[in-house]
Design a protein around this ligand. Sequence first.
Ligand code: FES
Ligand code: FE2
Length: 340
Amino acid sequence: MPIPSPALFEGFARVWTPVALSRQLRATAPLALELAGVGLVLFRDAAGAPRALFDRCPHRGVALSLGKVHEGCIQCPFHGWRFDGAGQATHVPWNPDAKLAQLSATAVPTRERGGLIWVYTAPGRDGEGEPAVPEELLRPGVHLCGEAIEWKCHWTRAMENMLDWPHLPFVHAGTIGRGMLRRPDSRMDIDIEPRPWGAHSTIRIDGEPGQGALDLRWPNAMVLHAPFGGRTMAMMVACVPIGPRRTRMLLLTGRDFLRARAVDWVFRAMNRRIAGEDRAVVESSDPPQIPLAAEERSVRTDALTLMFRKRFYAELAPPDQRSLPLAEGSPEQGDRTGRP
Ligand code: FES
Ligand SMILES: [Fe+2]
């Protein structure tokens, strides 16, 4: 079986992350996905539950995702070995005497919650805890619709963009940031409340509470609570790492009004338009991965993105990127710990 290397899921190890929309994983076809440099094959077991294995057959290393799903197991395209959702070999053609227990593939923990397939980024049968799924997506009566797109950037740049309040009137002047910049000398204050799953944030503009709220769902998702004609709509965006310059963006909207599927296209089109406004700007970021805070200039309204940046360097960045001295910096420049 593949030997788990310490660099597996480098920069994104030991976290729960959404990887796909539930509707992307069909009952009888495997789904190949790359997650933080690791190839995975997803499929549904006999009970319909999602399962994920490393997309590499332990026999001769070919991609299991080229095979088929057979009675809830994945069958390798090369010699037909079959593996269940735990990676256990269940059938080895021509070899009725094979010691199946020694021929396993590698599984990663997988769940299906809130219209999303979640994976834990470490091999094994169980992840640590359970994915922290936003409650808005699980509420009865909430209709979910989503889609997956890809950006050519590092996931950390996409994620900081999602947490960035002050960009709204510039990048989204015609949509969610319309009318936000009232005067050239307007002041924005960002109020951040830590939560077990990340942080909840709201803004004040010239002392007046702004509309909506934005949650950081550690490590790689944002939930925007947007007022919508008196009802509240939740829009979740997960920035799923594929490779150094590729991020899968899962855009999911939960709403408790206009619940007919027939109007999903309106919400999809809105999500695509808003994400499209960000895309070229975010993809132009240099360097591709967010640097340490001291390497870019920051101001007070960068507090939420700097909170994310500090935690990324403390918990996820590869160890050789974490060893710089923790000097206190000025509030206008940030410091190496990411403090604003
Ligand atoms: S390579 Fe998969 S069964 Fe031989
Ligand atoms: Fe944006």
